[in-house]
Design a protein around this ligand. Structure first.
Ligand SMILES: *[C@@H]1O[C@H](CO)[C@@H](O)[C@H](O)[C@H]1NC(C)=O
Ligand SMILES: *[C@@H]1O[C@H](CO)[C@@H](O)[C@H](O)[C@H]1NC(C)=O
Ligand SMILES: *[C@@H]1O[C@H](CO)[C@@H](O)[C@H](O)[C@H]1NC(C)=O
Ligand SMILES: *[C@@H]1O[C@H](CO)[C@@H](O)[C@H](O)[C@H]1NC(C)=O
Ligand SMILES: *[C@@H]1O[C@H](CO)[C@@H](O)[C@H](O)[C@H]1NC(C)=O
Ligand SMILES: *[C@@H]1O[C@H](CO)[C@@H](O)[C@H](O)[C@H]1NC(C)=O
Ligand SMILES: *[C@@H]1O[C@H](CO)[C@@H](O)[C@H](O)[C@H]1NC(C)=O
Length: 546
């Protein structure tokens, strides 16, 4: 009932009507409901948190972090970054309070430092299964008047700093922070957002802004669907014609430096960049830059000028893919690469006489799923033979079409009927990632974040062993109707609902009504940090100077 206290502190001008279910949903004079943001809550909710009514006061000019444990540049950067975020002088989100902070019975002193105690040396790159646990103590009974942030890993430190920054409640020229004890860690290892830079080019500044928001939401994966039918903005030095002929324009490109910048920015925020080069379908933009790559489609016995998926019968294509993926994996250091494999249309393959002959020779006449398998198994083989020995993620169709895949393949579930699919995938022993219920590009009128929040990844019929194969999920923002103009407001804070679902425990994420005031508060914080995040419904940010 914490939020109720917050509610009754404010909005005295409004007629209060008791609403039992939505205890923070209130009605204005006209009888219309709106949501009152909570105060000093953390999004996504920590696994274990206790808060007292006592509080300490943080004064920007007297506060600094104290380093006790291991140190590294990533940590230094983060401390500086969070100091800026917390004490933004141009911060508009200020709650004015009449009483001085020290004059209440709950005042517990000034908090002038937080001891940052990193117990193990920093790791350089984030990875699947990295340790993100941390604990935070502010004025606890065993350490009164003190602040301590402890983690065994730099990644946990980053999560803890975010939580600490969210606990600060702006109050005139300073901030208050309640006496708090937190032990926190994620529910799932893989918590991502898919972006699509092929349907619309997304400038680097928007990618970095997205990464900032991922970190603040404790997401840890940027799934970068970088190329598709419409455009090929990735600059390959081996095959410059791919972007030379396949990009929307020669300004709309990602070269090695751009990619390195995004990867480094993400690394600093504990976010992995998992790139997707989707094949054999979704590759029309690859065609002009690489002769013989795509299947020539036929009508009435003649090439009709159209092209289909990558031609699996042309052996040169596998040499090309080996070289291309060698280059790709040298730019994207994550162990995993997403190989796509969705929505392979068989029409063009069916029309092509060379392919028909090949299938006859291989005794697979008419079985286009088998032809796809020929392609996919060669692709997976060549990926696992790369010097970088990458792991791979594929869309569910690869599994559905019965392609023989290595036992360490991660199957990405995106279609409807996902509970059934996930039961099948995990029963077959594969690791899996869920996206079906988190397609943010499917927009509707109303508060759709509640639908995302209501999607429980474990609601499929599986044993404990099967559940353990669910590594996490991804929200997806496909780019057909999304570019730099609307990327940020369309994704945020809707994706934040998914962020909490994937970070906090199952028990903590059952009640959408108690989440509502907290996600409103989080949205207000993101706004105050300068992100143009969208509205979730009638509400207002208290202290917003307009
Ligand atoms: C934080 O402290 C204030 C002031 O004592 C109190 O009103 C509020 O309920 C506390 N918040 C929480 C979450 O305990
Ligand atoms: C790129 O395309 C041009 C024709 O537009 C061709 O002359 C050149 O050989 C191609 N380069 C590569 C590396 O394939
Ligand atoms: C195809 O089937 C024929 C007859 O069953 C067999 O002789 C031939 O070896 C098979 N070819 C392949 C590539 O499996
Ligand atoms: C996966 O396959 C490899 C060899 O192909 C084998 O060594 C490994 O034990 C298998 N793992 C599982 C979990 O079945
Ligand atoms: C799951 O497997 C069962 C049994 O093989 C099959 O009948 C069902 O269609 C599969 N479900 C999905 C969504 O593929
Ligand atoms: C759940 O899975 C088990 C084992 O695979 C099966 O026996 C049972 O019928 C399934 N239950 C439902 C409701 O599908
Ligand atoms: C400070 O606040 C302004 C205005 O809200 C915002 O544009 C800026 O990005 C913020 N800076 C930081 C470091 O959060």
């Amino acid at each position: 009932m914490i939020q109720c206290v917050a509610c009754s502190l404010k909005g005295i001008m409004w007629r209060e009507i008791l609403v039992t279910a939505l205890f923070c949903l209130r009605y204005g004079e006209g009888g219309f409901p709106y949501i009152v943001p909570s105060v000093g809550q953390i999004w996504p909710q920590p696994q274990h948190i206790t808060t007292e009514q006592t509080y300490m006061v943080v004064r920007p000019n007297s506060f600094s972090f104290t380093l006790n444990g291991y140190d590294c540049v990533t940590l230094q950067d983060a401390l500086k970054r969070y100091t800026d975020i917390m004490f933004n002088s141009s911060n508009e989100y200020q709650i004015k309070k009449v009483d001085p902070w020290t004059k209440t019975q709950y005042f517990s002193g000034y908090l002038d430092t937080v001891h940052v105690n990193l117990l193990k040396p920093c790791e350089h790159m984030p990875y699947l299964g990295m340790d993100e646990q941390y604990s935070l103590k502010i004025d606890t009974p065993d350490d009164p008047g003190k602040g301590t942030l402890i983690s065994e890993s730099i990644w946990g430190m980053l999560r803890g700093l975010e939580s600490f920054s969210q606990l600060l409640i702006p109050d005139g020229s300073a901030y208050t922070i309640n006496s708090t004890q937190i032990t926190d860690y994620p529910r799932f290892r893989h918590r991502g957002l898919l972006i699509d830079s092929a349907r619309h080019y997304l400038p680097k500044s928007k990618l970095l802004e997205t990464v900032d928001l991922l970190g603040m939401n404790k997401f840890n994966v940027l799934h970068w669907h970088i190329v598709d039918d419409q455009s090929f903005p990735f600059v390959s030095t081996q095959f410059p014609n791919l972007s030379g002929k396949g990009a929307y324009s020669q300004e709309r490109l990602y070269d090695a430096q751009d990619i390195a910048d995004v990867v480094e920015y993400a690394r600093n925020r504990g976010v992995r960049v998992v790139v997707e080069f989707d094949t054999p379908g979704h590759t029309r933009s690859w065609g002009p830059g690489q002769d013989g790559l795509l299947t020539t489609c036929y009508s009435d016995g003649k090439p009709d000028g159209n092209y289909g998926p990558i031609d699996p019968t042309n052996d040169d294509n596998y040499d090309f893919l080996t070289l291309l993926f060698t280059e790709i994996t040298s730019h994207f250091p994550d162990h995993y690469v997403h190989l796509g494999g969705d929505e392979v249309s068989f029409d063009c393959w069916e029309s092509n006489p060379t392919i028909t002959q090949y299938m006859k020779d291989h005794n697979i006449t008419g079985d286009y799923g088998k032809l796809e398998e020929v392609y996919v198994s060669k692709l997976l083989q060549l990926i696992s033979n790369l010097p970088t020995k990458n792991g791979y993620i594929v869309w569910q169709e690869v599994f559905d079409n019965g392609v023989a895949i290595a036992n360490d393949t991660v199957v990405h579930v995106w279609k409807g009927g996902w509970q059934d699919e996930m039961a099948n995938v995990t029963k077959a022993g594969y690791e899996t990632i869920l996206s079906s219920c988190w397609y943010l590009d499917h927009i509707t009128y109303g508060t759709d974040w509640k639908t995302y929040y209501g999607c429980e990844p474990f609601s499929f019929n599986g044993t404990q062993t099967q559940n353990n194969l669910l590594v996490g999920g991804e929200a997806c923002i496909w780019g057909e109707y999304v570019d730099k103009a609307n990327l940020i407001p369309r994704v945020w804070p809707r994706a934040s609902a998914v962020a909490e679902k994937l970070w906090s425990s199952m028990e903590q994420t059952q009640d959408v009504n108690s989440a509502a005031p907290r996600i409103e508060e989080f949205r207000c914080k993101l706004l105050s940090r300068g992100f143009m995040v969208d509205s979730l419904g009638p509400s207002f940010c208290p202290g917003d100077n307009l």
